[in-house]
Write a protein that binds this ligand. Structure first.
Ligand code: BGC
Ligand code: NOJ
Length: 809
């Protein structure tokens, strides 16, 4: 069952009924100012950091879900009837012609009631720290209409965590100011007022409200605000409690007439050296923001801003466009998967419907992997991201697991000890170098743990990343797992030296001797990558190749179980992910990553491992993480066994890992299986079962319930997941095979049965390659602008050139 459809020409997903199984969200903003917005206008906005600079309030886990947003109310002043055109928060008011169009960084929601149509376009223009709501109201009646329009947002007192918990303080601190029709939210941010929010309207106001109590009325909700019901705003000024922003505008519309009303919600800072006179006064930098507000309330500016946003996306998406025999592939590669990759770049794991914006900031391993999916679109920003991440690395090579986007400092609450973290930096930098050829980044000075004076060239950070693994090998010569590896929930050092006494601290967890086959495979992959990087940097990379070979040998010796790769050894030296175990006999992660590192490609182990995955882990909804699921908690395994069978890391379809298997299948030449797995997860291909999948059909989710779960096939945690980047890599670089390498662009497709080629346009290092793959096998030679070239690597061309390439397969 579907709840909408793709509009491929407009690059929009059109939701045609508001009661989707879950709120289906989209993102506003492309750089510093961001927001999430659902198909019924729920969501919130923030500046740079969803925890520390939250503009508007949102209540997670509410009933109903998703109340709190950017609401507009229309009121028929003749009858007193009122409604919100976004359905929420007035769902009992019946609407006709409801439609939500989620586009690239914008959302349009429209509906009609009683012959009045309202359409609101929400977007955050490029280069500004504000969002625009463009409301168009049309009178479709054949008589004149007297209407009221109300806007509403509830302000968050900046620090979202404090805002949701510290009421003894919060109920006294809210401060607003209303000047020339603009509502300013200026609550102090503990130390001083260095920033504020504004909310403005293009029309002359009939009134306004800034006190929630005044707007809603006591004991009332957003479903029936007293001000809207009565058609009169209270001109209220909030003193503490809950500051809000609401404008009231009256509209008289002739039959057939459309009026446009614009609202602007924005973030501003006072100049750093602002002198408040007298000290501590209420002065805001109103003169600074007035011109910005006035500009963005003008319809022409709004039109231009929106056109600019559309052009920005057209340009980014042009970097890769494909035309294949499969429409779901084209749609995801050309639009939605790329879009999701850029959203994960901006958000990491911070703000979604499932990430509260206060829990997790930028993940070290997450952000490095996200980079694989967005580096081709925004290479300069990828460069900065790499430098920011590397600057949080410790001198030991160890990494903070997460850092805060606003401060860019490592997050001490979570600390370090996830022993795979440092290796992902090598892969992130490798991907950047392959895309851009910018070897200068390797010499860029980068500090350790942001400490001034500790700068070393970036390449030294990469060396330390590898060293970190080699300094921490366990009894079998495999890497120590630490707190956990990629699988956060595989906590194998749960015991201290005193049997039965669980570890409590990171320090203790470090001391454990549990080992990870996964990190072994990842090390092989990263060390080989480093050999390539070292060669670019004037070395020969030999020692990294030797280290990779040695680790590959250890993995084959102690990590092979007969028909698949083992997962780990626990604190006591017991094997995990083996036929010897009663549950958790085979895990997906090492089958993927070891093959990606090349382990088992020459001696048949890889093919065997992948056959075991097909036999034991694959389901119609994707490949589950392990089997058999753990039926109960085991202290020696940790969090993984705390999940009910079939969910999350306990045998859920943890989508992030599936593309590793797709890539591994492509590496072993099995295009059928690779593509089959790809389609099982492809959101567009799953659109028809939206009532089962339940999350948005235009983006990947982190998890789909596995076969042990009663809700097999149900997705959770959509949007912010490494699934986006890895699926993009799997389909574009390994199945379609258009793969950036240090020396050029390789064209090495491994296609499914029945395909006889495809076409692609790829912008790479300033050149546009128009690629046509002809044939169903492996590429033997290329024709580049008419000249034959043996093999499958396109040599670098002049930047600016348009090069026609035919690949004969
Ligand atoms: C989840 C993991 C997640 C981790 C982040 C765990 O509870 O299961 O998927 O990576 O929390 O802290
Ligand atoms: C989600 C985390 O963001 C990611 O870093 C981790 O690898 C997976 N969960 C698996 O546990």
């Amino acid at each position: 069952m579907r709840y909408g459809h793709f509009d491929d020409d407009q690059r929009e997903y059109v939701i045609d009924r508001p009661d989707t199984p879950l709120p289906w969200i989209n993102y506003l903003g492309t750089d510093a100012y961001f927001g999430i917005i659902s198909n019924t206008a729920g969501g919130y906005s923030f500046y740079r950091d969803a925890k520390l600079r939250r503009l508007t309030r949102y209540r997670y886990n509410n009933a109903p879900l998703d109340v709190g947003g950017r609401y507009v109310y229309v009121r028929d002043d003749e009858t007193g009837d009122y409604w919100s055109p976004s359905w929420q928060p007035t769902p009992e008011r019946e609407l006709t012609g409801y439609e939500c169009r989620h586009g690239l960084s914008y959302t349009k929601i429209a509906s009609s009631r009683g012959g009045i149509r309202a359409e609101t376009l929400y977007f955050a223009p490029l280069g500004e720290t504000l969002e625009v709501w463009r409301v168009r109201v049309t009178n479709d009646r054949d008589t004149a209409a007297a209407l009221s329009l109300f806007s509403s947002v509830e302000f968050c007192l900046w620090d979202a965590q404090d805002d949701a918990t510290n009421f003894q303080r919060n109920y006294s601190i809210g401060q607003v100011e209303v000047a020339d029709g603009v509502i300013y939210h200026k609550t102090e941010y503990r130390e001083r007022r260095d920033h504020f929010a504004y909310f403005a309207c293009s029309e002359e106001l009939a009134g306004f409200d800034t006190s929630r109590d005044a707007f809603l009325g006591a004991y009332r909700g957003y479903d029936r605000p007293a001000a809207v019901e009565n058609g009169v705003a209270g001109d209220s000024i909030a003193h503490g409690w809950q500051p809000i922003g609401s404008h009231h505008v009256r509209l008289a519309l002739a039959p057939g007439e459309t009026r446009e009303v614009n609202f602007v919600l924005g973030y501003a800072e006072n100049p750093k050296d602002a002198k408040f006179d007298p000290p501590g006064s209420q002065t805001l930098n109103k003169t600074g923001v007035r011109p910005v507000i006035e500009r963005w309330l003008r319809p022409e500016t709004v039109e231009q801003g929106f056109a600019g946003l559309r052009a920005y996306w057209d340009d980014l998406l042009e970097k890769i466009q494909v035309r294949t025999p499969d429409g779901d592939t084209d749609r995801m590669v050309n639009v939605w998967n790329a879009y999701q990759c850029l959203v994960t770049f901006n958000m990491s794991r911070s703000a979604s419907l499932y990430e509260s914006g206060i829990g997790r900031g930028m993940g070290f391993r997450d952000s490095n992997q996200d980079l694989l999916g967005f580096v081709h679109m925004v290479p300069e920003r990828a460069r900065q991201r790499i430098l920011d991440i590397a600057a949080t690395q410790k001198e030991t090579g160890g990494a903070y697991h997460q850092y805060q986007p606003l401060t860019k400092r490592g997050n001490n609450d979570i600390g370090e000890g996830f022993n795979d973290d440092p290796l992902w930096l090598v892969l992130g930098v490798g991907a950047y170098l392959k895309e851009t050829g910018d070897t200068a980044i390797l010499d860029q000075p980068v500090p350790f743990d942001n400490a001034p004076g500790s700068e070393v060239p970036l390449v030294e950070h990469l060396r330390r990343s590898l060293r970190y693994t080699l300094d921490r090998l366990g009894p079998h010569g495999l890497p120590l797992i630490g707190r956990a590896d990629w699988n956060d929930c595989l906590n194998l050092n749960c015991f201290s030296d005193t049997p039965g006494e669980p570890f409590q601290t990171t320090e203790n967890a470090h001391g454990g001797v549990a080992e990870s086959v996964f990190i072994g495979g990842l090390f092989v992959l990263a060390a080989k990558e480093m050999a390539g990087i070292a060669a670019l940097h004037g070395g020969d990379g030999e020692k990294y190749r030797v280290a990779a070979e040695k680790m590959a040998g250890t993995v084959a010796e102690h990590g092979w179980d007969g028909a698949w790769f083992r997962r780990a050894y626990d604190f006591h030296g017991n094997v995990i992910g083996s036929g010897e175990n009663d549950e958790g006999q085979i895990f997906i992660e090492p089958q993927g990553i070891c093959v990606l590192g090349g382990v088992g490609l020459d001696d048949g182990l890889a093919v065997k491992a992948l056959d075991s995955v097909a036999e034991r882990l694959a389901t119609p909804h994707g490949i589950v993480l392990q089997q058999p699921a753990y039926s109960g908690y085991r202290i020696e395994l940790g969090e993984i066994s705390s999940y009910p069978p079939g969910y999350k890391e306990n045998a859920g379809i943890f989508c992030h890992t599936n593309p590793w298997i797709m890539i591994a299948e492509a590496m072993t030449g099995n295009g059928d299986r690779a593509f089959d797995y790809y389609r099982r997860l492809n959101p567009s291909a799953r659109e028809a079962i939206s009532e089962v999948h339940r999350c948005e059909p235009y983006v990947y989710a982190q998890m789909i319930a596995g076969k042990d779960a009663p809700t097999h096939g149900e997705a959770k945690n959509s949007w912010l997941s490494g699934t986006a980047a890895w699926n993009f890599v799997a389909i574009t670089q390994w199945i379609l095979g258009i793969r950036p390498e240090f020396t050029g662009l390789r064209v090495d497709p491994v296609l499914p049965e029945g395909w006889t080629g495809f076409e692609a346009t790829r912008r790479f290092r300033g050149t546009t390659y128009q690629i046509r793959v002809v044939g169903a096998g492996r590429v033997t030679h290329l024709e580049i602008d008419g000249a034959r070239v043996e093999g499958n690597v396109i040599p670098l061309a002049e930047p600016g050139a348009v090069v026609r390439v035919t690949a004969f397969a």
